[in-house]
Design a protein around this ligand. Structure first.
Ligand code: ZN
Ligand code: ZN
Length: 418
Protein backbone atom coordinates (compact mmCIF):
# COMPACT_ATOMS: atom_id res chain seq x y z
CA UNK A 1 0.00 0.00 0.00
CA UNK A 2 1.32 3.43 -0.97
CA UNK A 3 -0.08 6.45 0.86
CA UNK A 4 -0.68 9.54 -1.23
CA UNK A 5 -0.77 13.21 -0.28
CA UNK A 6 -1.92 15.91 -2.69
CA UNK A 7 0.28 18.87 -3.56
CA UNK A 8 -1.49 21.08 -1.00
CA UNK A 9 -0.86 18.57 1.78
CA UNK A 10 -4.31 16.96 1.85
CA UNK A 11 -4.41 13.21 2.40
CA UNK A 12 -5.84 11.19 -0.50
CA UNK A 13 -6.84 7.56 -0.78
CA UNK A 14 -3.90 5.12 -0.75
CA UNK A 15 -3.13 3.09 -3.85
CA UNK A 16 -1.91 -0.36 -4.78
CA UNK A 17 -1.06 0.63 -8.36
CA UNK A 18 2.67 0.42 -7.87
CA UNK A 19 3.39 0.81 -11.60
CA UNK A 20 1.68 4.18 -11.65
CA UNK A 21 3.53 5.28 -8.52
CA UNK A 22 6.83 4.24 -10.08
CA UNK A 23 6.02 6.20 -13.23
CA UNK A 24 5.01 9.29 -11.29
CA UNK A 25 8.23 9.19 -9.31
CA UNK A 26 10.29 8.66 -12.46
CA UNK A 27 8.62 11.55 -14.26
CA UNK A 28 9.18 13.74 -11.18
CA UNK A 29 5.43 14.22 -10.79
CA UNK A 30 5.64 12.99 -7.22
CA UNK A 31 8.22 12.76 -4.48
CA UNK A 32 8.78 10.36 -1.61
CA UNK A 33 8.20 12.04 1.74
CA UNK A 34 8.30 8.99 4.02
CA UNK A 35 9.62 5.50 3.62
CA UNK A 36 7.87 3.77 6.50
CA UNK A 37 4.96 3.79 5.77
CA UNK A 38 5.77 4.56 2.14
CA UNK A 39 4.17 7.94 1.39
CA UNK A 40 4.39 10.07 -1.74
CA UNK A 41 3.38 13.65 -2.36
CA UNK A 42 1.98 14.64 -5.72
CA UNK A 43 3.71 17.60 -7.31
CA UNK A 44 0.97 18.46 -9.78
CA UNK A 45 -2.48 19.92 -9.33
CA UNK A 46 -5.24 17.28 -9.13
CA UNK A 47 -8.58 18.33 -10.65
CA UNK A 48 -10.86 16.17 -8.55
CA UNK A 49 -9.97 14.43 -5.37
CA UNK A 50 -12.52 11.81 -4.48
CA UNK A 51 -12.04 10.44 -1.02
CA UNK A 52 -14.05 7.79 0.75
CA UNK A 53 -15.08 7.71 4.39
CA UNK A 54 -12.16 6.37 6.34
CA UNK A 55 -12.84 5.35 9.93
CA UNK A 56 -10.00 5.28 12.42
CA UNK A 57 -10.33 2.73 15.19
CA UNK A 58 -8.09 2.77 18.22
CA UNK A 59 -7.54 0.26 20.97
CA UNK A 60 -6.19 2.42 23.78
CA UNK A 61 -3.90 1.07 26.42
CA UNK A 62 -1.30 2.03 28.96
CA UNK A 63 1.38 -0.15 27.34
CA UNK A 64 0.26 -0.87 23.77
CA UNK A 65 -1.87 1.03 21.30
CA UNK A 66 -3.55 -0.61 18.33
CA UNK A 67 -4.68 1.58 15.44
CA UNK A 68 -6.45 0.71 12.25
CA UNK A 69 -8.02 2.71 9.42
CA UNK A 70 -10.89 1.07 7.57
CA UNK A 71 -12.79 2.17 4.47
CA UNK A 72 -15.40 0.09 2.64
CA UNK A 73 -14.65 -2.89 4.89
CA UNK A 74 -11.04 -2.84 3.80
CA UNK A 75 -8.18 -2.24 6.20
CA UNK A 76 -5.99 0.51 4.74
CA UNK A 77 -3.57 0.91 7.60
CA UNK A 78 -2.91 -0.91 10.83
CA UNK A 79 -0.27 -0.40 13.44
CA UNK A 80 0.70 -1.41 16.92
CA UNK A 81 2.67 0.97 19.10
CA UNK A 82 4.61 0.13 22.25
CA UNK A 83 4.64 3.06 24.66
CA UNK A 84 7.59 4.02 26.84
CA UNK A 85 7.47 2.75 30.39
CA UNK A 86 10.93 3.88 31.45
CA UNK A 87 10.18 7.53 32.16
CA UNK A 88 9.32 7.20 35.84
CA UNK A 89 12.40 5.08 36.54
CA UNK A 90 14.65 7.47 34.65
CA UNK A 91 13.33 10.43 36.59
CA UNK A 92 13.84 8.61 39.87
CA UNK A 93 17.45 7.95 38.91
CA UNK A 94 17.93 11.57 37.95
CA UNK A 95 16.49 12.72 41.27
CA UNK A 96 18.80 10.36 43.15
CA UNK A 97 21.87 11.72 41.39
CA UNK A 98 20.76 15.31 41.89
CA UNK A 99 20.23 14.82 45.61
CA UNK A 100 23.60 13.16 45.87
CA UNK A 101 25.33 15.93 43.98
CA UNK A 102 23.76 18.71 46.00
CA UNK A 103 24.65 17.01 49.24
CA UNK A 104 28.17 16.51 48.05
CA UNK A 105 29.39 19.74 46.68
CA UNK A 106 27.21 22.69 47.39
CA UNK A 107 26.95 25.04 50.29
CA UNK A 108 24.03 24.61 52.61
CA UNK A 109 20.85 25.72 50.94
CA UNK A 110 17.74 26.57 52.83
CA UNK A 111 14.97 24.09 52.13
CA UNK A 112 12.60 25.65 49.67
CA UNK A 113 8.97 24.83 49.65
CA UNK A 114 6.17 25.24 47.16
CA UNK A 115 8.24 27.31 44.80
CA UNK A 116 8.02 25.08 41.75
CA UNK A 117 6.25 26.41 38.66
CA UNK A 118 5.04 22.90 37.85
CA UNK A 119 3.05 22.62 41.06
CA UNK A 120 0.95 25.65 40.16
CA UNK A 121 0.44 24.77 36.51
CA UNK A 122 -3.15 24.13 35.50
CA UNK A 123 -4.00 20.68 34.08
CA UNK A 124 -0.50 19.44 34.65
CA UNK A 125 0.12 15.75 34.09
CA UNK A 126 3.18 13.88 35.35
CA UNK A 127 5.68 13.22 32.53
CA UNK A 128 5.00 9.47 32.32
CA UNK A 129 1.25 9.99 31.93
CA UNK A 130 1.76 12.95 29.61
CA UNK A 131 3.76 10.68 27.34
CA UNK A 132 1.01 8.07 27.33
CA UNK A 133 -1.58 10.64 26.31
CA UNK A 134 0.74 12.14 23.71
CA UNK A 135 1.48 8.75 22.19
CA UNK A 136 -2.24 8.26 21.55
CA UNK A 137 -2.71 11.74 20.11
CA UNK A 138 0.44 11.44 17.96
CA UNK A 139 -0.78 8.21 16.43
CA UNK A 140 -4.17 9.71 15.52
CA UNK A 141 -2.50 12.81 14.07
CA UNK A 142 -0.16 10.62 12.06
CA UNK A 143 -3.07 8.73 10.49
CA UNK A 144 -4.76 12.05 9.69
CA UNK A 145 -1.65 13.04 7.78
CA UNK A 146 -1.62 10.03 5.46
CA UNK A 147 -5.31 9.14 5.20
CA UNK A 148 -8.51 11.21 4.85
CA UNK A 149 -9.95 10.28 8.25
CA UNK A 150 -13.61 11.21 8.61
CA UNK A 151 -14.49 9.49 11.86
CA UNK A 152 -12.60 8.43 14.97
CA UNK A 153 -13.78 5.55 17.13
CA UNK A 154 -11.99 4.98 20.42
CA UNK A 155 -12.17 1.88 22.55
CA UNK A 156 -11.64 3.31 25.99
CA UNK A 157 -12.18 1.51 29.19
CA UNK A 158 -13.24 3.51 32.18
CA UNK A 159 -12.19 2.17 35.54
CA UNK A 160 -13.86 2.62 38.88
CA UNK A 161 -11.09 2.19 41.46
CA UNK A 162 -13.59 2.18 44.29
CA UNK A 163 -15.52 -0.69 42.73
CA UNK A 164 -12.30 -2.57 41.93
CA UNK A 165 -11.39 -2.42 45.60
CA UNK A 166 -14.81 -3.41 46.80
CA UNK A 167 -16.74 -5.57 44.31
CA UNK A 168 -19.77 -5.63 46.61
CA UNK A 169 -20.55 -2.07 45.50
CA UNK A 170 -22.18 -3.43 42.36
CA UNK A 171 -25.20 -4.51 44.39
CA UNK A 172 -27.78 -1.78 44.25
CA UNK A 173 -28.55 -1.82 47.96
CA UNK A 174 -24.94 -1.36 48.95
CA UNK A 175 -24.17 1.05 46.13
CA UNK A 176 -26.60 3.65 47.45
CA UNK A 177 -24.55 4.24 50.56
CA UNK A 178 -21.32 2.29 49.92
CA UNK A 179 -19.52 4.92 47.87
CA UNK A 180 -19.58 7.32 50.79
CA UNK A 181 -18.16 4.77 53.19
CA UNK A 182 -14.65 3.90 52.20
CA UNK A 183 -12.02 2.24 54.32
CA UNK A 184 -11.41 5.40 56.37
CA UNK A 185 -15.06 5.96 57.23
CA UNK A 186 -15.48 6.76 60.88
CA UNK A 187 -11.78 7.21 61.57
CA UNK A 188 -9.70 10.33 61.77
CA UNK A 189 -6.93 8.92 59.57
CA UNK A 190 -5.96 5.91 57.52
CA UNK A 191 -3.48 4.94 60.22
CA UNK A 192 -6.28 4.85 62.75
CA UNK A 193 -8.36 2.69 60.42
CA UNK A 194 -5.50 0.23 59.85
CA UNK A 195 -4.88 -0.08 63.60
CA UNK A 196 -8.56 -0.79 64.11
CA UNK A 197 -8.62 -3.38 61.30
CA UNK A 198 -5.72 -5.20 62.92
CA UNK A 199 -7.49 -4.84 66.32
CA UNK A 200 -4.54 -2.95 67.83
CA UNK A 201 -2.32 -6.03 67.74
CA UNK A 202 1.16 -6.54 66.28
CA UNK A 203 0.60 -8.76 63.27
CA UNK A 204 3.91 -10.61 63.77
CA UNK A 205 4.31 -11.30 67.48
CA UNK A 206 0.75 -10.58 68.60
CA UNK A 207 1.78 -7.98 71.18
CA UNK A 208 -0.93 -5.70 72.52
CA UNK A 209 -0.91 -2.65 74.78
CA UNK A 210 2.44 -1.47 73.49
CA UNK A 211 3.59 1.20 71.09
CA UNK A 212 2.16 0.26 67.70
CA UNK A 213 3.33 1.49 64.33
CA UNK A 214 1.94 1.15 60.84
CA UNK A 215 4.37 -0.28 58.32
CA UNK A 216 4.36 -0.11 54.50
CA UNK A 217 4.73 -3.66 53.19
CA UNK A 218 6.12 -2.39 49.89
CA UNK A 219 8.18 0.61 51.00
CA UNK A 220 7.19 4.06 49.87
CA UNK A 221 10.66 4.39 48.41
CA UNK A 222 10.02 1.33 46.26
CA UNK A 223 6.77 2.68 44.86
CA UNK A 224 4.45 1.32 47.54
CA UNK A 225 1.23 3.23 48.12
CA UNK A 226 -0.77 4.31 51.14
CA UNK A 227 -3.43 1.81 50.18
CA UNK A 228 -4.80 -0.11 53.14
CA UNK A 229 -3.70 -3.40 51.59
CA UNK A 230 -0.12 -2.15 51.73
CA UNK A 231 -0.29 -1.22 55.40
CA UNK A 232 0.10 -3.43 58.44
CA UNK A 233 0.26 -2.91 62.19
CA UNK A 234 3.52 -3.83 63.95
CA UNK A 235 4.95 -3.26 67.39
CA UNK A 236 7.99 -1.03 67.71
CA UNK A 237 10.57 -3.82 68.06
CA UNK A 238 9.17 -5.97 65.23
CA UNK A 239 9.08 -2.90 63.00
CA UNK A 240 12.70 -2.11 63.70
CA UNK A 241 13.75 -5.70 63.08
CA UNK A 242 11.96 -5.77 59.72
CA UNK A 243 13.71 -2.60 58.58
CA UNK A 244 17.14 -3.81 59.67
CA UNK A 245 16.50 -7.16 58.02
CA UNK A 246 16.80 -9.10 61.28
CA UNK A 247 13.53 -10.93 60.63
CA UNK A 248 11.97 -11.71 57.31
CA UNK A 249 8.40 -12.94 57.54
CA UNK A 250 7.71 -12.55 53.85
CA UNK A 251 4.91 -10.03 54.10
CA UNK A 252 3.14 -9.62 50.80
CA UNK A 253 0.85 -6.82 49.75
CA UNK A 254 -2.30 -7.82 47.94
CA UNK A 255 -1.71 -7.44 44.24
CA UNK A 256 -4.17 -4.82 43.21
CA UNK A 257 -2.58 -2.25 40.96
CA UNK A 258 -4.74 0.77 40.59
CA UNK A 259 -2.07 2.88 38.92
CA UNK A 260 -2.77 1.60 35.40
CA UNK A 261 -6.50 2.02 35.95
CA UNK A 262 -5.99 5.63 36.97
CA UNK A 263 -3.73 6.25 33.98
CA UNK A 264 -6.37 4.84 31.65
CA UNK A 265 -8.97 7.15 33.15
CA UNK A 266 -6.69 10.13 32.52
CA UNK A 267 -5.99 9.00 28.94
CA UNK A 268 -9.72 8.67 28.35
CA UNK A 269 -10.49 12.16 29.63
CA UNK A 270 -7.68 13.77 27.66
CA UNK A 271 -8.57 11.99 24.41
CA UNK A 272 -12.24 12.91 24.65
CA UNK A 273 -11.19 16.49 25.36
CA UNK A 274 -8.87 16.59 22.34
CA UNK A 275 -11.32 14.84 20.00
CA UNK A 276 -14.81 15.89 21.06
CA UNK A 277 -16.34 14.33 17.94
CA UNK A 278 -14.92 10.88 18.60
CA UNK A 279 -17.20 7.93 19.21
CA UNK A 280 -16.57 5.93 22.35
CA UNK A 281 -16.88 2.17 22.50
CA UNK A 282 -16.08 -0.40 25.13
CA UNK A 283 -13.88 -3.43 25.48
CA UNK A 284 -16.68 -5.91 26.04
CA UNK A 285 -18.41 -4.80 22.82
CA UNK A 286 -15.19 -5.34 20.89
CA UNK A 287 -14.68 -8.72 22.52
CA UNK A 288 -18.16 -9.85 21.55
CA UNK A 289 -17.69 -8.63 17.97
CA UNK A 290 -14.25 -10.23 17.73
CA UNK A 291 -15.62 -13.58 18.88
CA UNK A 292 -18.44 -13.36 16.35
CA UNK A 293 -15.92 -12.80 13.55
CA UNK A 294 -13.71 -15.59 14.86
CA UNK A 295 -10.57 -13.52 15.10
CA UNK A 296 -7.62 -13.94 17.47
CA UNK A 297 -6.93 -11.41 20.21
CA UNK A 298 -4.39 -8.72 19.43
CA UNK A 299 -4.29 -4.96 19.77
CA UNK A 300 -4.38 -4.22 16.05
CA UNK A 301 -7.20 -6.72 15.46
CA UNK A 302 -9.21 -5.06 18.20
CA UNK A 303 -8.62 -1.75 16.46
CA UNK A 304 -9.85 -3.20 13.14
CA UNK A 305 -12.99 -4.57 14.82
CA UNK A 306 -13.58 -1.17 16.45
CA UNK A 307 -13.18 0.67 13.15
CA UNK A 308 -15.39 -1.75 11.21
CA UNK A 309 -18.07 -1.47 13.91
CA UNK A 310 -18.47 -5.23 14.17
CA UNK A 311 -19.04 -5.86 10.46
CA UNK A 312 -16.79 -8.33 8.69
CA UNK A 313 -13.83 -6.85 6.86
CA UNK A 314 -10.93 -7.86 4.67
CA UNK A 315 -7.80 -8.40 6.75
CA UNK A 316 -4.64 -6.61 5.71
CA UNK A 317 -1.48 -8.69 5.67
CA UNK A 318 0.92 -5.85 6.42
CA UNK A 319 1.29 -4.14 9.75
CA UNK A 320 3.45 -1.34 11.07
CA UNK A 321 5.07 -2.06 14.41
CA UNK A 322 6.13 1.06 16.25
CA UNK A 323 8.01 1.72 19.42
CA UNK A 324 8.37 5.01 21.21
CA UNK A 325 11.84 5.84 22.46
CA UNK A 326 13.42 8.87 24.06
CA UNK A 327 14.44 11.69 21.77
CA UNK A 328 18.04 11.63 22.89
CA UNK A 329 20.43 10.27 25.44
CA UNK A 330 20.89 12.69 28.26
CA UNK A 331 23.20 10.81 30.58
CA UNK A 332 26.66 12.10 29.82
CA UNK A 333 28.70 10.27 32.42
CA UNK A 334 28.86 6.76 33.69
CA UNK A 335 27.92 6.78 37.37
CA UNK A 336 27.24 9.81 39.49
CA UNK A 337 30.72 11.35 39.58
CA UNK A 338 32.56 9.45 36.95
CA UNK A 339 35.19 10.82 34.64
CA UNK A 340 34.13 8.38 31.92
CA UNK A 341 32.11 10.19 29.31
CA UNK A 342 29.45 8.21 27.52
CA UNK A 343 29.53 8.59 23.77
CA UNK A 344 26.20 10.14 22.78
CA UNK A 345 27.29 11.57 19.45
CA UNK A 346 27.91 9.59 16.31
CA UNK A 347 30.34 6.72 16.08
CA UNK A 348 31.39 6.16 12.48
CA UNK A 349 28.26 8.03 11.46
CA UNK A 350 25.84 5.98 13.56
CA UNK A 351 23.67 6.94 16.50
CA UNK A 352 21.74 4.75 18.91
CA UNK A 353 18.30 3.70 17.57
CA UNK A 354 19.29 4.35 13.95
CA UNK A 355 17.45 2.05 11.58
CA UNK A 356 20.08 0.09 9.68
CA UNK A 357 20.41 -2.50 6.98
CA UNK A 358 22.68 -5.44 7.81
CA UNK A 359 23.15 -8.43 5.46
CA UNK A 360 19.86 -7.62 3.74
CA UNK A 361 17.76 -7.32 6.89
CA UNK A 362 16.53 -4.30 8.82
CA UNK A 363 17.49 -3.80 12.44
CA UNK A 364 17.91 -1.02 14.96
CA UNK A 365 21.11 -0.09 16.74
CA UNK A 366 20.92 -0.96 20.41
CA UNK A 367 24.48 -0.14 21.32
CA UNK A 368 27.69 0.94 19.65
CA UNK A 369 31.28 0.33 20.65
CA UNK A 370 34.03 2.80 19.93
CA UNK A 371 36.04 -0.17 18.66
CA UNK A 372 33.75 -0.22 15.64
CA UNK A 373 31.19 -2.86 16.57
CA UNK A 374 27.47 -2.64 17.17
CA UNK A 375 24.73 -4.48 19.04
CA UNK A 376 21.57 -4.80 16.94
CA UNK A 377 17.99 -5.34 18.02
CA UNK A 378 14.57 -5.75 16.53
CA UNK A 379 11.69 -3.34 17.12
CA UNK A 380 10.69 -5.13 20.32
CA UNK A 381 14.00 -4.37 22.04
CA UNK A 382 15.20 -7.97 21.58
CA UNK A 383 18.92 -8.28 20.96
CA UNK A 384 19.75 -10.21 17.81
CA UNK A 385 22.16 -13.08 18.33
CA UNK A 386 24.75 -13.47 15.56
CA UNK A 387 26.91 -16.04 17.39
CA UNK A 388 26.15 -18.80 14.86
CA UNK A 389 27.48 -16.69 12.00
CA UNK A 390 30.90 -17.43 10.45
CA UNK A 391 34.03 -15.86 11.93
CA UNK A 392 34.26 -12.13 11.51
CA UNK A 393 30.49 -11.76 11.51
CA UNK A 394 29.75 -12.83 15.08
CA UNK A 395 29.51 -9.20 16.16
CA UNK A 396 28.19 -6.81 13.52
CA UNK A 397 30.75 -4.24 12.40
CA UNK A 398 29.65 -0.66 12.00
CA UNK A 399 31.31 -0.46 8.61
CA UNK A 400 29.07 -3.28 7.32
CA UNK A 401 25.92 -1.44 8.35
CA UNK A 402 23.96 0.81 6.07
CA UNK A 403 21.76 3.45 7.59
CA UNK A 404 18.15 3.37 6.42
CA UNK A 405 16.87 6.22 8.54
CA UNK A 406 18.14 8.34 11.37
CA UNK A 407 17.00 8.14 14.94
CA UNK A 408 13.62 9.60 15.79
CA UNK A 409 11.30 9.28 18.74
CA UNK A 410 9.22 6.65 16.92
CA UNK A 411 10.84 3.49 15.62
CA UNK A 412 8.78 1.96 12.85
CA UNK A 413 8.99 -1.21 10.84
CA UNK A 414 6.69 -2.83 8.31
CA UNK A 415 6.00 -6.50 8.66
CA UNK A 416 3.99 -9.18 6.92
CA UNK A 417 1.53 -11.16 8.96
CA UNK A 418 1.37 -14.91 8.56
ZN1 ZN B 1 5.67 -7.37 67.30
ZN1 ZN C 1 8.12 0.34 58.20
Amino acid sequence: MVYVISNNGQALMPTKRFGKVRRLLKEKKAKVIRRCPFTIKLLYETETCIVQDVVLGMDTGSKNIGVSCVANNEVLYQSQTTIRTDIKDNMDIRRKYRRNRRNRKTRYRKPRFLNRKNSTKLDRLPPSVRHKVKAHVDEIEFCKKILPISQIVLEISQFDPHLMKNPKLKFKKIKSWGYQRGFNYGFSSRKEAVLNRDSYTCQICGAKHTRLEVHHIVYRSKGGTDDEDNLITLCESCHKKIHTGEINVGLKAKKLRLKEATHMNIIRNQLLKTYPGAIETFGFVTKENRNNLNLPKDHYIDACVVAAAGKSFILNDEIFYKRRVSKGDYQLYKGSCSEIRLPIGKIQGFKKFDKVDYLGKTYFIKGRMSSGYAVLMDIFNKTIDFSDMPRGFKTPKLKNLKRVSARGSVLCIREKIG
